[in-house]
Design a protein around this ligand. Sequence first.
Ligand code: ADP
Ligand code: MG
Length: 390
Amino acid sequence: MTGHSRHDLLRQGTEYFTREFGVEPDGLWSAPGRVNVIGEHTDYNDGFAFPIAIDKRTVVAARARGDRILRVVSNGFPGVVETSLDDLNPDSLAGWSAYPLGVAWAMAQAAPAGDPTGVDLALSSDVPPGAGLSSSAAVECAVAMALNDLWKLGLGRQTLARIGQLAENRVVGAPTGIMDQSASLLGEPDHGILLDCQSLHTESVPLGFAAADMGLLVIDTRTSHSHADGGYASRRRSCEDGAQAMGVGSLRALGPGDLPRAADVLDGQTFRRVRHIITENSRVLDTVAALRTAGPAAIGAFLNESHMSMRDDFEISTPELDLAVSAAQALGALGARMTGGGFGGAAIALVRSSDADRVADGIAREFARAGFSVPHIFPVSASAGARREL
Ligand code: ADP
Ligand code: MG
């Protein structure tokens, strides 16, 4: 929680709720955004990813009502959105409230019929939306934690992650995987989450960044390209086509030993898409192995290779992201890569803490020299996952 203490954020969340709804909330829950350290576009291919929960969070103050009304406000988005549990329909929710109310819809499916009461929800967040830090999962997971408690559903975190994903897929209409919600719900300080998107098995892996005096810089390019949605969908299609042509249910079933056959069977573009997924899965596992045996400095090479693979094989990078990465590397970062879905958004750089300011300033200078708009550069640290705060 940069900029203010946890105490301030909770006080503000309580005051915001009380101002909007005229009563005290029953409780406060929070969930963080995330940064993916490595493993991009692997989630929908049943592969591996390695995200962290970050020190930026969405707080939701909530209170159960005596009726079936749902009301939600957000300090970042306009309006009081009001509906009834009886009218909740995944096809009629739109705009920002589709995220919190989509979760309410998905949770109500899991609740005993007729049982859940209405709820008032007030969201406050310091996760910047649309910067590739998954502000959407932070909202979904904070609301899922709150409703799980207020409705006494007793659902586990893995189930809450699937509920967040269901809300995003079915209600918002974004065909995303389960990585973001898993990171937000399962994160721990100075740990990454190794996520097997096939078995949904997760493992918390010590990063050792704190002891090594290292950290991650996020370079938010503040660009987002209009073809991002189409680009995402077409990459998914290429992966499905590649898997089908290779005779497997998902690309997860393939390893580096399958690359020669893939080169024979697939057209050039599909082959490169498939090669990214196969090699990226290996890099995730190599990263986790390196953290366990050699320490954090050893993962830099995998970050660099991941970026090249996304730039050249998956073709989801942009000139701004490429410059963020190459400038960070030239300035002495241990490794750097674009992170997130691509076509804009953010890059990350692994830096020695004593180098962070110098690297950040240098990247900003390179952006100015290239005539790109000013990037937003800030450190993130791996932080606790979603929790009840009060
Ligand atoms: P990202 O998850 O990478 O930040 P998305 O496009 O997936 O980007 O999600 C951003 C959307 O999530 C916002 O446009 C808004 O609809 C919703 N959202 C994010 N943060 C909040 C918030 N604090 N309050 C309400 N809605 C939010
Ligand atoms: Mg999102």
